[in-house]
Design a protein around this ligand. Structure first.
Ligand SMILES: NC(=O)c1ccc[n+]([C@@H]2O[C@H](COP(=O)([O-])OP(=O)(O)OC[C@H]3O[C@@H](n4cnc5c(N)ncnc54)[C@H](O)[C@@H]3O)[C@@H](O)[C@H]2O)c1
Length: 325
């Protein structure tokens, strides 16, 4: 790769974007970040303002002209801006922002002849009972009246758009499917994942809210590993036209995560836990009961391997999150 490559990053004020932009600047990339600040925070990019190789544009990925214009002179677009699982409604935002935004990014890449790295999600595997999820696994979703699936549907559509632009227009695309990122700059609500909410509750000595019996599992990936996996995919020539799981292969039950967080913050007290039934959610909700990535492809082709375990990553995240209590 040539030095000082120009990266256009959408969603730069979010959790992954702000951390990845910092790492790219450390590695001498020139980064232009765009974000409409709907979910992200300007404080997340405060530290980046000291770099002359960083610039920020407040704007919306649905603005095709803007995304086209920002693509001039860009080598790579890292597309992170998205609306995630619409737990509290706004499924139309999820569908529109994710699909229109991604098409605008791909059009810009086609016209400006640049590479695209697209951030997809483990949610696309949905309820597939066959674990671990490999990139060849089937994507098994629930019914359309359950709005959570609009997120997976939008990302699956986006992945098809990526392959369409790759095959029909020769746009070099790489798709990364993230599994449960956590760490500094994570969103402090459910938007940022259960660990965010659990840390907040324990710091305040409140009950940890657990959906259902808490036996559903996830795998959690520290932010430096998510960023490393994405940069590996971005810099690898063999990654063009490919999808990669990016995550940590360790599976943990949500109730055990809650107890682990409690123990790290309040080692001498019994955990306070509150179970919340799925029936009490507004509208019909479906949870994913197990989620574990098969990381063979990312390891063999990209040389990526997560290196930060929960025992190390959680204390760093807790320390960061203390300032908001
Ligand atoms: N964090 C994870 O664990 C995880 C897991 C799976 C997939 N992903 C995907 O990775 C990407 C980054 O996730 P994140 O956790 O950093 O999310 P985030 O919500 O923290 O960041 C997304 C950013 O996009 C911005 N944004 C939203 N709509 C926009 C629009 N219309 N125009 C411009 N900016 C807009 C938000 O303001 C926010 O700063 C997303 O595409 C997400 O779907 C993340």
């Amino acid at each position: 790769m040539k030095n000082n490559m120009n990266v256009l990053m959408t969603g730069v004020c979010g959790f992954v974007g702000s951390n990845m932009a910092q790492e790219l600047l450390n590695r001498k990339y020139v980064v232009t970040g765009v974000d409409n600040l709907s979910q992200g925070e300007s404080r997340n990019i405060q530290a980046l303002s000291k770099y002359s190789s960083f610039s920020f544009v407040k704007g919306d990925v649905r603005d095709a002209d803007l995304i086209h214009r920002l693509g001039h002179g860009t080598d790579i677009i890292v597309h992170l801006a998205a609306f995630k699982i619409p737990r509290y409604g706004h499924a139309l935002d999820t569908l529109r922002i994710n699909t229109q935004g991604t098409e605008n990014v791909l059009e810009s890449a086609r016209k400006n002849k640049c590479r695209v790295v697209f951030s997809s999600t483990s949610d696309v595997y949905g309820k597939n009972p066959q674990l671990p999820f490999s990139e060849e696994s089937s994507l098994v979703l629930g019914p359309t009246h359950v709005k959570r699936w609009s997120y997976a549907v939008s990302k699956i559509y986006d992945e098809h758009l990526c392959f369409g632009y790759y095959e029909e227009h020769g746009v070099p695309v790489t798709i990364v499917r993230y599994f449960g990122g956590y760490g500094p700059h994570q969103n402090l609500t459910w938007w940022g994942g259960p660990q965010s909410v659990f840390i907040d509750k324990v710091l305040k000595k409140e009950k940890i809210p657990i959906h259902g019996d808490g036996k559903q599992t996830r795998s959690f990936t520290y932010i430096s590993d998510l960023v490393e996996g994405t940069i590996c995919a971005m810099e690898s020539a063999c990654a063009v036209g490919q999808v990669y799981n990016v995550g940590n292969g360790r599976e943990i039950q949500i109730v055990d995560l809650a107890k682990m967080i409690w123990k790290k913050i309040r080692p001498h007290e019994e955990p306070l836990i509150e179970h919340i039934s799925y029936e009490s959610f507004s509208g019909k909700y479906e949870d994913v009961m197990r989620r574990v990535p098969d990381l063979t492809k990312a390891t063999l082709e990209l040389g990526f391997k997560a290196s930060v375990e929960l025992e190390e990553g959680l204390p760093l995240t807790i320390e960061w999150q203390k300032q908001f209590v």
